[in-house]
Design a binder for this molecule. Structure first.
Ligand code: MN
Length: 285
């Protein structure tokens, strides 16, 4: 028997599937695109949903999301342009504007409203839902607005810049809270043909969402408005194809528990969903 340590070559993640979002409506008629959480891609454990809303016509979003509940997971909103005014029943209140993030851990239950508004005629943002494990679904609700100035923005190579919202990159930590799902959420911009290696932790599930340009991941090209679902692997190497690219990388540690979704409630069993509805209706949120 040889005792030689064999160091395997780095296994890069590939794109196993490309998905174009599904145009839909939510709230009081807000037009949005659902990339994760639609019939074509119900979830990517622990990511439950990714919506984007992008419009220069206030008719498409001004009715907003009047009061509605959540239980059992976290919502993360990231505004590229425009704002969202948030008000909840636990005293949370704030306006998330250009480049800012709102992180809300609904836990045992939050009822809130989210009302979008434009900046300079533009409105472009994302909302991500990240699941919580059974043991944390009923944790105390938590809420934080993260101003753009607290989101580290740094060079990650020649012509490559990262804004790190959650997770770790080159020893820099994002301001997102520590969670057992260890979320990585980063906004990356590449010039021209720049390339970068993104430190997606091994074992995490995740995807890239390209919102400007197109991105090469191994032999695949993920084009604007598509997500590329990532294979397993030790690292993620991506490159812009000459015109530059801007994209989110979203990843988390899978929870591997049953998921029962009912609108704004995401629990482990149908009974827990029934209890969530009863609790909300009888004012226990
Ligand atoms: Mn909401």
């Amino acid at each position: 028997m040889s005792s030689t340590t064999v160091r395997p070559a780095t296994t890069y993640r590939t794109v196993v599937r490309r998905v174009l979002g599904l145009p839909t409506q939510d709230g009081a008629g807000v037009k949005l695109t659902r990339l994760v959480g639609s019939p074509q891609l119900p979830d990517l454990d622990p990511i439950l949903m990714l919506d984007t809303f992008r419009s220069d016509d206030p008719k498409n979003y001004s009715a907003g999301f009047p009061e509605h509940p959540h239980r059992g997971f976290e919502t993360v909103s990231y505004m590229i342009k425009g704002s969202i005014a948030h008000l909840d029943n636990h005293g949370g209140r704030g306006i998330v504007t250009d480049g800012c993030v709102q992180w809300m851990t609904a836990g045992s239950g939050v009822a809130h409203s989210e009302m979008p508004a434009q900046t300079d005629g533009q409105m472009f943002g994302f909302q991500l839902w990240i699941n919580l494990p059974a043991a944390e679904k009923m944790r105390k609700p938590w809420y934080r607005d993260i101003p753009a100035s607290e989101i580290p923005s740094f060079d990650v190579g020649s012509g490559a810049k990262a804004k790190l919202i959650a997770g770790e990159w080159n020893g820099v930590k994002g301001p997102g809270p520590e969670r057992s799902t260890q979320p990585l959420l980063v906004d990356v911009a590449l010039d021209g043909k720049a390339s970068v290696e993104v430190p997606v932790p091994q074992g995490h599930a995740g995807f890239v969402y390209v919102f400007e340009g197109s991105l090469r991941v191994g032999a695949e090209t993920v084009t604007e408005n598509e997500i590329g679902v990532l294979s397993g692997g030790a690292s993620l190497k991506v490159a812009a194809d000459g015109e530059g690219a801007r994209f989110l990388v979203v990843a988390g540690k899978p929870i591997r528990e049953p998921i029962v979704k009912y609108g704004p409630f995401v629990m482990n069993t149908p009974d827990e969903i029934r209890r969530a509805i009863q609790d909300y209706q009888s004012g226990r949120f």
